[in-house]
Design a protein around this ligand. Sequence first.
Ligand code: SAM
Length: 345
Amino acid sequence: MPGLRVPALPTVNDILRMYNIRASKKLSQNFILDPRLLNRIARTCGPLEGKHVIEVGPGPGGITRAVLSQGALTCTVIEKDKRFISILEHLNQNSGHRLNIHIGDVLHFNMENIFPQNLRKPWEGDEPDIRLVANLPFNVSTPLLVKWMRAISEQRNLFSYGRVPLLLTFQHEVAHRIIAPPWDSERSRLSVICQNYARCEYEFTIPSGAFVPEPKVQVGLVSIKPLVKPYIDLPFLLVNKVVTQTFRGKQRYVSNSLKQLFPKRMETILANELIDMAGIDPKARPIELRMDDFNKICHSYNHIIQRNPSLASYVRNFTADSNEDLVYAPPEPEGKMLESGIGQV
Ligand code: SAM
């Protein structure tokens, strides 16, 4: 699109040198410098002419530049590290003032009013003209993804504009977990939560050597497109709780893992009732369950807690697990109930 290009600028590498910026370990910064790769990432967002792009964690602006060069109408960036402000302002001046710069932590950033009202699209309609792209540190991208899955389910935050597609980087194993189908050894809580709310596709691997400094792991780029209707159409916190508990102890029979949803003194009777109601094999392992099985499990659990509302807030001692997906876990810690305080069933 004429007029929506970016003139030749010094390379990202030169810019980092000019501004004397070194990657911060604390913020897990790993920069991509290769223009071909940066353009490929921007292209994977789909055609950008006429689109408004949000980029989280632009850093020195490699992806930002590619997005603007490919004709995006605007690019709104959210960056935590203030050291990049001057670089981003320079890019703004050289791109026809199409860049909106926000300094902040994306984990606490509400995008509900970031764009004009007229960009909102009904949830069931076409995708809005908004795309989100981020090459974030792994310790941010996974909790952020779960947060966004909840926002999708409640059509809040960025998703108050409609079904905005996301393109995100993850540690390769986590990317695999996100897309893992039933029976895949990587099938986990993250697979079921993400696939419940979005169509998730592995786009391509970014080798560790493409980053400066080089991380220890390879990186996977995943596209995430919100579904009009989730498979399990129940409140996010309920789905999250049931799915998380089902996967605590992946090798266990599901009849055992589901016991964790209930106070100890009634766990067997209620887990058996749940399994009967859901019509699933008690000897199935969590990784074997399909979305349809999880749908039945969640609805049966919902039925039990509707009958006994005092059970709903029960959460068995959630400790930070070695599995990083589960660290995010406690859905409603303030609602936690002491086992001795459980009412009649
Ligand atoms: N987009 C650049 C690239 O691809 O070369 C930089 C990627 S670097 C892996 C991650 C970027 O995210 C850094 O610029 C870092 O400062 C920023 N960042 C880290 N945590 C953040 C947070 N919580 N909110 C916003 N930005 C964050």
